[in-house]
Design a protein around this ligand. Structure first.
Ligand SMILES: Cc1cc2nc3c(=O)[nH]c(=O)nc-3n(C[C@H](O)[C@H](O)[C@H](O)COP(=O)(O)OP(=O)(O)OC[C@H]3O[C@@H](n4cnc5c(N)ncnc54)[C@H](O)[C@@H]3O)c2cc1C
Length: 475
């Protein structure tokens, strides 16, 4: 569960400060620095972390020096890329290795590969790749970091067709616990590479990633069909059967939301609960793509708004940005539901009727096809069975409301427990307790723990959904 306490830790000694400052060519921010507070802030405003120093590494040598400094001084590092990790692991270490400025992206259009700096966000990748007519499955919010998203799995709009972001990771460079630099790829370090595809930040500081790019069909359609909240059940039932036979070029999610006051929104929906069916379709011509949507457009209950139209991929990737701005307190959970039976829909409706505020929402995305085909030999992402990926989230501003919102998610999880798979997608869930991590990695836990024993026997990279080295992990 999320630790919401203020973590007050001792500061670095004067000797340690001098040592660190002399080792690093980039910037070392100490708590006395006026920029420190902002540098320690992450996307979730609920996280109040107090690291001893933040190292804005200038180059890979700085990362090596910081890791070796940590091991030498008995300190733990944590790694920050996009800063969206739900629990704030990025700033939970004694020393934060802040890579957020490493945002360079270069694309090799011939090989269809992007080399991505470890602090890049998806908007950096999407814009550069798309200028060569290429894309790769990334986050559904453009300001999420590539590294945290990909290392933990990475479910995006195009995952049914092209797999998870982790499945598209073809090479990574990292600095390991003893400070050595390693290139991970299937031909050089297959075991480590598989672990990087799904087990988060357990294995070291990734300094660059290479992602496979894809050339999509000529037309990309994106947008949403909005239904009144009064028709939530009908929309959900229709979407459920629609997605079970949808071609894999079609993807999206169904979200229970409260509409804002956006221009263009029908007056009847402003400030009202609604169901949004988010759509992406890849096709050779627009009319074929639009035809796929006929069953949803011809329901007895009609969408109140329909914005599905040709769109450039970088623009599609910002479709939900407006509803996901930083600065809010946040709590979230994720579950996999094998089916949307009547009882599941009852539980979802019941949870929705108890929502604690206008920024409480949940969404369901059907994951099958390329996600299910992903190899468990070359990756450790454990959730490959076709299922609905459910993401429950609430956002608010007043700390006095914490219990209200976290309580809503807790109850939501309890109500769905009889219908959900064991374990969850940890990138989107606020429970990284050892039991939750073990449950979630169930088919691969031992294998990851054994690799961890080899690469990080002292478990210095523990500020993540942590899988301890084998002796502890496998009683
Ligand atoms: C609003 C919102 C929407 C989301 N939507 C989706 C979604 O659609 N699909 C999905 O799959 N996930 C989604 N997520 C979850 C997201 O994938 C994770 O939060 C992810 O960890 C964020 O990565 P980051 O780099 O931004 O975060 P950070 O907080 O910077 O990193 C998270 C963790 O990843 C590890 N890490 C990061 N960089 C490195 C590195 N260079 N080397 C080693 N370890 C590293 C560290 O353990 C770090 O603590 C969403 C999250 C939010 C807040």
């Amino acid at each position: 569960m999320m630790n919401n306490r203020k973590i007050v830790s001792a500061r670095l000694s004067a000797a340690q400060q001098t040592l660190l400052a002399n080792l690093i060519r980039g910037e070392v921010l100490l708590p006395s620095d006026p920029r420190f507070g902002q540098a320690a802030q992450v996307f979730n405003a609920r996280i109040k972390a107090h690291p001893k120093a933040i190292v804005r590494a200038r180059d890979v040598d700085d990362v090596v020096q910081t890791v070796q400094f940590c091991t030498g001084e008995g300190l733990t590092p944590s790694v920050r890329a996009g800063g969206h990790g739900v629990l704030g692991h990025a700033v939970a270490g004694d020393i934060v290795i802040d890579l957020s400025r490493w945002s360079s992206v270069t694309v090799d259009p011939g090989r269809q590969v992007a080399r991505i700096g470890a602090g890049a966000r998806w908007q950096d990748v999407d814009a550069t790749a798309w200028s060569s007519g290429l894309l790769t499955p990334g986050a559904r919010i453009s300001h999420i970091g590539v590294a945290g998203f990909t290392l933990g799995g990475g479910e995006g709009w195009l995952s049914r067709r092209y797999g998870l972001a982790a499945d598209n990771l073809i090479r990574a460079e990292l600095v390991c616990a003893d400070g050595t630099r390693v290139v991970a790829a299937d031909h050089s370090e297959p075991g480590l590479t598989a672990c990087l595809r799904g087990s988060g930040g357990n294995f070291g500081v990734v300094t660059a990633l290479w992602q496979q790019l894809h050339r999509p069909p000529r037309v990309l359609l994106g947008g949403r069909l909005l239904f009144s909240g009064r028709h939530a059940r009908q929309a959900l039932l229709a979407y459920s059967s629609f997605m079970r036979c949808a071609p894999e070029v079609l993807s999206g999610s169904i979200a229970f939301v409260t509409c804002g006051q956006e221009p263009g929104l029908p007056a009847s929906l402003r400030g009202q609960p609604a169901v949004a069916i988010n759509i992406t379709v890849m096709c050779d011509d627009e009319s074929t793509g639009q035809k796929y949507l006929d069953p949803l457009r011809r329901l007895a209950v009609r969408p109140v708004a329909d914005s599905v139209a040709p769109v450039a991929y970088p623009h599609l990737q910002t479709m939900l940005d407006g509803h996901n701005q930083p600065g809010y307190r946040q709590h979230s959970a994720a579950r996999y539901l094998p089916e949307l039976s009547g009882a599941v829909i009852d539980a979802l409706e019941e949870a929705w009727s108890r929502r604690p505020g206008p920024r409480a929402q949940f969404s369901l995305a059907w994951q099958d096809a390329a996600v299910a085909r992903g190899s468990s030999r070359t990756s450790v992402f454990p959730h490959r069975t076709p299922a609905w990926s459910l993401y429950m989230m609430s956002r608010w501003t007043n700390p006095a409301d914490d219990v209200l919102h976290t309580g809503w998610i807790r109850q939501f999880k309890q109500d769905l427990a009889p219908f959900a798979e064991q374990g969850c997608y940890l990138n989107m869930d606020d429970d990284h307790s050892p039991a939750a991590v073990r449950r979630s990695f169930r088919p691969h836990h031992r294998r990851i723990a054994e690799s961890k024993q080899h690469w990080d026997p002292a478990n210095i990279f523990r500020h993540t959904a942590n899988i301890p080295p084998a002796p502890e992990a496998c009683p």
